[in-house]
Write a protein that binds this ligand. Structure first.
Ligand SMILES: [Zn+2]
Length: 138
């Protein structure tokens, strides 16, 4: 088994039941119980990805800070870390909205709101974020 104990880094791991729909393991070296999914790390990766997406869509560090609640300094460090350079967005600036599911449906139901536009809808906590730009505008 590839798994290692997160506490002692030992490799003598056995399955030990399912807790909250996740496989639980027991380290035989130090008797530490753990589950494989590391939720905290996943959330971090999720926000990094979202921040990079927003940056590529033309949003400023401060706008990204306001949307995802991570400081603009951190956002800036992620942009540097992943060496992101965005193409020039001279002709448009994206508009973004944070909507509940029913608001999202109402918004999209009106064709004028989405016609001739590029749209990205992405889940954001318990709401949805819609980023829109007039892709075909000259
Ligand atoms: Zn251990």
């Amino acid at each position: 088994m590839e798994n290692k104990c997160p506490k002692c880094n030992g490799g003598t791991i056995v399955k030990s039941g399912i807790i909250n729909q996740k496989q639980r393991f027991l380290c035989k070296d130090c008797n530490y119980y753990f589950t494989v999914k590391k939720i905290g790390k996943q959330i971090d990766d999720y926000y990094v990805t979202k921040a990079l997406q927003l940056y590529l869509e033309g949003l400023s560090f401060r706008e990204i800070e306001r949307i995802i609640g991570v400081s603009h300094v951190t956002v800036s460090s992620w942009i540097k870390k992943y060496n992101i350079t965005r193409p020039p967005h001279s002709e448009f600036h994206p508009v973004y909205k944070i909507l509940k599911q029913n608001e999202l449906i109402e918004y999209i139901a009106k064709e004028d709101n989405i016609k001739n536009s590029g749209l990205i809808i992405t889940q954001f906590a318990d709401k949805y974020m819609l980023i829109k730009w007039e892709r075909f505008k000259k």
